[in-house]
Write a protein that binds this ligand. Structure first.
Ligand SMILES: Nc1ncnc2c1ncn2[C@@H]1O[C@H](COP(=O)(O)OP(=O)(O)OP(=O)(O)O)[C@@H](O)[C@H]1O
Length: 250
C-alpha cells in the first residue's frame, strides 16, 4: 500500500504541492490528472524518492520513502531517452536484472519472456533506433516489468504516441495490470485516458500549491474495450466530471 500524508513540495520559493494525502491500496491503478504545470510529475518524482518531500510523509508498505523504494519501477514519456541506444532491446530489458546478480543466460531468458508478453518477441536483437516510437515504449514497459515491481509509476507514458498506438498500449497496460495486480500510479493529462485505464482518478488543482480537488472511483466494468467502454453513459459522465474539475480546478 502506498500512503501519502500531507505531502508538501516546493522548488526554492515556488510551492508546487500543498498537502497531498492519498492512500493507494495494493493492486489499484490510480490516475492523476490536472492542469499543465500543476505538479503531476513532481508528485511522481516525490513518490519515487527522487525528490525528498519538503513536508509530510510517504510510505510504501509501511516503510517511509527516503530514497528509491525497492521493487519500484518508473516509465517516463521520453522512451527515446530512457533506453540505452548502444544496447540491444534484450540487453536494455535485462539491465535491471544485473543488480539481482542473475547470470547472463538467466537474464536473457527473463528479458525474452517479458518481451513476448509485450508483443515484441521478434525484435530482441535489434537496437532501439530500429524500432518505432510505440515499440520503444513497449521496450521501456518491458524493462519496468522485468523486476516484477510492486509499485509502477508512469509519467505521461503514451503522451507522444499516435492515437492508435496509444490505444494499443493502454490495452497492454490493462492486460498486464489485470494479470499481475501491480499497484500503478499513472499520470496523464488526457482525461479520456484517465477514465479508460483507471480504477480511480484523482484531480489536482491549478498550482502554485496544488491540492486534490476530486477523488473519483471509476465504476465501470473491469473488462474495457476501446469502442464499447468509451460509449458507456458511465464513462461519458465521469469524463465530463473529471474534465470540469481539471478546467475549473474545483
Ligand atoms: N526542477 C525544477 N525546478 C524549478 N521548478 C520546477 C522544476 N520542475 C518543475 N518545476 C515547476 O514546478 C511546477 C510543476 O511542474 P510539473 O512538471 O511537476 O507539473 P506537471 O503537472 O507535471 O506539468 P505538465 O502537465 O505540463 O507536464 C511548474 O510550475 C514547473 O515550472
Amino acid at each position: 500500500m502506498l500512503r501519502l500524508d500531507s505531502v508538501r513540495q516546493r522548488y526554492g520559493d515556488h510551492p508546487v504541492l500543498d498537502g497531498i494525502s492519498l492512500t493507494v491500496p495494493d493492486g489499484q491503478l490510480l490516475c492523476v490528472v490536472g492542469p499543465s504545470g500543476c505538479g503531476k510529475s513532481t508528485l511522481l518524482r516525490t513518490i519515487a524518492g527522487l525528490l525528498p518531500a519538503h513536508e509530510g510523509t510517504i510510505t510504501v508498505d509501511g516503510t517511509p520513502v527516503t530514497g528509491v523504494p525497492e521493487r519500484l519501477a518508473v516509465v517516463f514519456q521520453e522512451y527515446g531517452r530512457s533506453l540505452l541506444p548502444w544496447l540491444t532491446v534484450r540487453d536494455n530489458v535485462a539491465l535491471p536484472l544485473r543488480r539481482r546478480g542473475l547470470r547472463r543466460a538467466a537474464r536473457h531468458a527473463e528479458a525474452e519472456a517479458i518481451l513476448e508478453r509485450v508483443g515484441l518477441s521478434g525484435v530482441a536483437r535489434r537496437h532501439p533506433r530500429q524500432l518505432s516510437g510505440g515499440m520503444q515504449q513497449r521496450v521501456a514497459i518491458a524493462r519496468a516489468l522485468v523486476c516484477r515491481p510492486s509499485l509502477l509509476l508512469m509519467d505521461e507514458p503514451f503522451g507522444s504516441l499516435d492515437a492508435r498506438t496509444r490505444e494499443d498500449l493502454e490495452d497492454l497496460l490493462l492486460e498486464v495490470h489485470r494479470a499481475d495486480g501491480t499497484t500503478i500510479v499513472f499520470v496523464t493529462h488526457d482525461i479520456d485516458e484517465s477514465v479508460y485505464v483507471g480504477d480511480r482518478v484523482v484531480v489536482l488543482s491549478h498550482g502554485p500549491g496544488s491540492r486534490v480537488v476530486r477523488d473519483l472511483a471509476v465504476d465501470l466494468p473491469g473488462e474495457r474495450d476501446q469502442i464499447g467502454t468509451r460509449g458507456l453513459p458511465g464513462f461519458v459522465a465521469l469524463r465530463t466530471e473529471v474534465g470540469r474539475a481539471v478546467r475549473h480546478g474545483e
